[in-house]
Write a protein that binds this ligand. Structure first.
Ligand SMILES: Cc1cc2nc3c(=O)[nH]c(=O)nc-3n(C[C@H](O)[C@H](O)[C@H](O)COP(=O)(O)OP(=O)(O)OC[C@H]3O[C@@H](n4cnc5c(N)ncnc54)[C@H](O)[C@@H]3O)c2cc1C
Length: 391
C-alpha cells in the first residue's frame, strides 16, 4: 500500500464489485477516491445482512454463490474473506413432482420412469430430439432440437417464459447455447473448479475493499452531476442508459420481486427449488439458511422470486439484450466514447450479465489499464471491455 501519498482524484459511481474493486486497486496505487453509492449500503446486488428475527444470513437481492475457473480471482477474493466449501444443488418442481437439476441422468430417469445408463439416456434423448429443425432460430427450436418436447415442456418452457416475460418461440436460439443435459449423475449446478460461500456473507468483503485511507465512501449519494469537472477521471458502474438520461431509449431489463415467508425449522429441505410450470407464478424459492450449512437456526426465512419487466423505478437485474436493445446499445456506446473522462464498467455500465468472478476480473483489468494509461500519458478508454460482445 502506498499510504496517503495521493497522485490524483478519482470518482467511482457504485459500491458493488465493479466499483469497490476499482476503488481498492486505485487507492493502493495512490489515488484519492470518492465512492458514490446511491443506495444506503455497500455491496451492490451482492449485499448480505443478518435477518434480525432469525439471525439467518440473507442475500437481499437474490442468492449469490461464488464460482470461478480463474485461480487468480479465487485467490484475490479469498484475500478478503474466509470462504467455506459450498456446492449448489438445485431441485426442480414440474407438474407437482420433484426432480434433480441441472437436467442429468437422474432427471431423465425420473421424468421417463426409466433406469437408463449414460449411453441409453443419450440414445433416448437423440431419438426425442427434433432433427427436422436443421437451423434453429428461436429458443424453442433450439430446445426441441437439443432435447425434444418432453424435457423442453417439463423444465424449459414455463421457466423461460416466466423469466423472460415472453414465449420461448420469440427468443433467439443463442440464449440456449449448449445442450442443457448431462448424461451422468453430476448435480453440481456450476462446473467451475473453485466454488464457495464467504463465511460471514458478502458485505464484509466490501467493507474490507473500501476500508482504505485513500477512499471516502458516500452512501445514499448518487454520482454528482459535476463529476467531470471535479475529478480527473470517473468510473461509472450504474446503468448506461441512465447516465445519458435515456436519450436513446430505455435498455430492457428484467427485474425481480421477492415475497418473504417465515417459518419454524426447515421449510423446503434445500437452498433452491425452481418452479418450472408456467401456472406457478414464481420462478424459484430460496431458503437462505441452507446457503450457510455450517450455521444452525431454529427459524427460517424464505423468498419466492417473481420476474417482471423493469421500469425506470425498478432495480434492473438481468439485461435482456434482444435485437431492439442492441440497436439502442450501439447508440449509447457511441455516446460513451464521446464522453471524455468517464469509463463505463460492470454489468450495468456495459449492459451485460456478469457473474461475480468475471466482474472482479474485469474491474482489476480496468484499474490496471488506468494506471498504464496514466503512466504512458494516453487517454483512458470509455469502455475497456466492449459492451457489444457476448459475455
Ligand atoms: C438475482 C441474481 C443472482 C445472482 N447470482 C449470482 C451468483 O450466484 N454468482 C455470481 O457469480 N453472480 C451472481 N449474480 C451476478 C452479480 O450480482 C453481479 O456479478 C454483480 O452484482 C456485478 O457487480 P457490479 O458492481 O457490476 O453491479 P451492481 O452489484 O449492480 O452494483 C452497481 C451499484 O451501482 C449503484 N449505482 C447505480 N447508479 C448509480 C449512480 N448514478 N450513482 C451512484 N451509485 C449508483 C447501484 O446502486 C449498485 O449498488 C447474480 C445476479 C442476480 C441479479
Amino acid at each position: 500500500m502506498s499510504g496517503n501519498k495521493v497522485i490524483g482524484r478519482v470518482a467511482v459511481a457504485g459500491a458493488g464489485f465493479s466499483g469497490a474493486v476499482i476503488a481498492n486497486s486505485l487507492a493502493n496505487a495512490g489515488y484519492s477516491i470518492d465512492v458514490f453509492e446511491e443506495r444506503r449500503h455497500i455491496g451492490g446486488n451482492c449485499f448480505t445482512y443478518r435477518d434480525s428475527e432469525t439471525d439467518v444470513l440473507v442475500h437481499k437481492y437474490g442468492p449469490h454463490i461464488f464460482h470461478t475457473d480463474r485461480e487468480d480471482v479465487w485467490e484475490y477474493i479469498n484475500g478478503f474473506s474466509r470462504f467455506r466449501p459450498y456446492i449448489n444443488r438445485v431441485k426442480a418442481v414440474s407438474r407437482n413432482r420433484v426432480y434433480s437439476l441441472p437436467v442429468n441422468l437422474h432427471t431423465i430417469n425420473q421424468l421417463y420412469d426409466t433406469c437408463l445408463d449414460p449411453a441409453g439416456a443419450k440414445a433416448l434423448i437423440e431419438s426425442e430430439s427434433d432433427r427436422t429443425i436443421t437451423n434453429p432460430r428461436t429458443f424453442e427450436e433450439q430446445a426441441l432440437r437439443f432435447v425434444g418436447p418432453k424435457l423442453y415442456r417439463a423444465f424449459l418452457y414455463g421457466y423461460t417464459r416466466k423469466q423472460w416475460g415472453c414465449e420461448p418461440s420469440e427468443l433467439p436460439a443463442s440464449i440456449l447455447k449448449r445442450l442443457p443435459v448431462r448424461f451422468n449423475y453430476d448435480d453440481n449446478y456450476f462446473s467451475h473448479p473453485f466454488q464457495g460461500m464467504p463465511e460471514d456473507g458478502y458485505s464484509p468483503i466490501f467493507e474490507a475493499l473500501l476500508d482504505h485511507p485513500n477512499i471516502s465512501l458516500h452512501l445514499g449519494v448518487a454520482l454528482p452531476d459535476d463529476h467531470r469537472s471535479g475529478y480527473e477521471h470517473t468510473f461509472y458502474s450504474g446503468a448506461l442508459d441512465a447516465y445519458f438520461d435515456y436519450k436513446c431509449g430505455d435498455l430492457g431489463y428484467r427485474s425481480l420481486r421477492f415475497e418473504e415467508i417465515r417459518a419454524d425449522g426447515d421449510f423446503q429441505g434445500c437452498a433452491v427449488i425452481n418452479y418450472c410450470d408456467y401456472d406457478v407464478p414464481y420462478t424459484r424459492v430460496t431458503e437462505h439458511k441452507h446457503f450457510a450449512p455450517w450455521e444452525e437456526h431454529e427459524r427460517t426465512v424464505v423468498f419466492r422470486e417473481y420476474s417482471f419487466a423493469a421500469t425506470r423505478s425498478d432495480i434492473p437485474f438481468y439485461p435482456i439484450r434482444l435485437a431492439a436493445d442492441r440497436i439502442k446499445l450501439k447508440k449509447y456506446i457511441e455516446l460513451g466514447k464521446g464522453t471524455a473522462g468517464v469509463t463505463f464498467v460492470g454489468r450495468l455500465g456495459t449492459y451485460r450479465y456478469l457473474d461475480m468472478d468475471k466482474t472482479i476480473y474485469e474491474a482489476l483489468l480496468v484499474a490496471d489499464k488506468f494506471v498504464e494509461c496514466r503512466r504512458a500519458g494516453t487517454e483512458m478508454p470509455a469502455f475497456v471491455i466492449s459492451p457489444s460482445g457476448e459475455s
